[in-house]
Design a protein around this ligand. Structure first.
Ligand SMILES: *Cc1c(COP(=O)(O)O)cnc(C)c1O
Length: 396
């Protein structure tokens, strides 16, 4: 999960009222979602069935792809993308150190090695100019992350991938609504993977989907999603009983009807919600732009920013004390992300160390994510900005 949101979750789990005056995230699920779930409960099939199929059809349509496969997480979607093209032990997949650890873990689950490439200092997205220096004979694919909703430049990446026969698996956990030069995530990737985790643009608590235009990939993804079974529980009973076979080694990643029911009404709110987040981000910008101690990632003029997160950079020497003071002042926050090559797991397994990716490290040491969700009152963005400025000025 988004590590920075753990306080919020602890409050919820304890059944307490939220302790933050300015919550980091609040979902907007309500009556429409309840009605869809009720519809499932009135039927017989709780697991993967008609609602899942309906969601897949509409989600493929929304993302502009031919096929969508609904799964239980974005991690699963990325894992299956790699498996669908037989990536495994001995292979290398290039990705970014400035992402959630799940991106790298999806590669490691196959037995392949995540090879990290440093990020652009001004956006936090993988630095295309450093990509070819990471290529080896074992490189099979690139897994870019469109960080915070700012899309990577996919045209040169596709060109490079074609030159070396590489696949591209896009991690779109932040970029449901993103555009760049009129293109969308998934337009140039072999697959694009989405997250419906609790704090993502649309959510069913836990969920994900992978989309593709390639029919063979789609067929394999569908098998891999459910044990490699040739028939789902619903299929087996549709017209009398049907026996199933197992054609390949698969996983247990199928999205059920209840999760799909929660997602269906949210598809209609995607564009109004991203607009609300963009307006709130503009308010933050107005309040924080030009402050000598508070910097932030840039937007690119050719991009439609999905604004999944609003992050700022404060001096590394005071970052953790700023966090402490934000919390004391009732401001929920997150850290997206500390550079993942400095996790114990990746340092021990691959020998990564501090100094390997200076741009990712600098961002990881300075970053704080501020509260942002579609129905957040505008005054929260103004007040949080004022609180942040005061804290930073006092600590600097
Ligand atoms: C949330 C997230 C994931 C993982 O999503 P799950 O659905 O929780 O598996 C992967 N990558 C990024 C960049 C994320 O933010």
């Amino acid at each position: 999960m988004d590590a920075g949101n753990s306080n919020y979750h602890r409050c919820r789990q304890a059944g307490k009222t939220l302790k933050y005056r300015y919550e980091f995230f609040k979902h907007d699920l309500g009556a429409a979602e309840l009605a869809e779930v009720e519809d499932v409960l009135k039927g017989v099939i709780l697991t993967t069935g008609e609602k899942t199929k309906q969601f897949e059809t509409l989600f493929a349509e929304y993302t502009g792809r031919k096929y969508a496969v609904a799964v239980t997480s974005c991690t699963a979607a990325l894992h299956l993308s790699l498996l669908a093209h037989d990536i495994g032990p001995g292979d290398e997949v290039i990705t970014t150190p400035m992402t959630f650890i799940a991106t790298a873990l999806s590669i490691m689950k196959t037995g392949a090695k995540p090879v990290l490439v440093d990020v652009e200092p001004d956006t936090g997205n993988i630095d295309f100019d450093q990509l070819d220096s990471a290529l080896t004979k074992r490189t099979k694919a690139i897994m870019p992350v469109h960080l915070y909703g700012l899309m990577c430049d996919m045209k040169p990446m596709r060109h490079l991938a074609n030159m070396y026969g590489l696949k591209i698996y896009e991690d779109c956990a932040h970029s449901l609504e993103s555009r760049r030069d009129g293109m969308r995530p998934g337009d140039l990737g072999d697959t694009a993977s989405y997250s419906f985790f609790a704090t993502k643009a649309i959510t069913c608590g836990e969920g994900g989907a992978v989309v593709t235009d390639d029919e063979a990939t789609y067929r394999k993804l569908k098998l891999l999603r459910l044990h490699g079974l040739t028939k789902t529980a619903e299929d087996r009973h549709r017209e009398g009983y049907q026996h199933w076979d197992v054609e390949l080694f698969g996983w247990k990643y199928n999205m059920d009807n209840i999760q799909a029911a929660l997602l269906l009404p949210q598809l209609k709110r995607i564009s109004s919600n991203v607009e609300k987040r963009q307006n709130l981000a503009a308010t933050y910008d107005r309040e924080l732009d030009g402050h000598p101690l508070i910097r932030k990632p840039v937007n690119r003029p050719e991009c439609f920013h999905a604004r999944h997160l609003y992050t700022v950079w404060v001096p590394a020497a005071i970052r953790d004390r700023v966090i402490e003071q934000l919390i004391k002042n009732g401001v929920g926050m997150g850290v997206n992300y500390r550079a993942i090559h400095l996790t114990t797991l990746l340092m021990e397994k691959y020998g990564y160390k501090r100094g390997d990716f200076p741009n990712a490290e600098r961002i990881g040491d300075e970053t704080i994510s501020l509260p942002l969700y579609p129905n957040m009152p505008e005054k929260n963005a103004i007040e949080v900005s004022q609180i942040l400025k005061k804290i930073v000025e006092e600590l600097a």
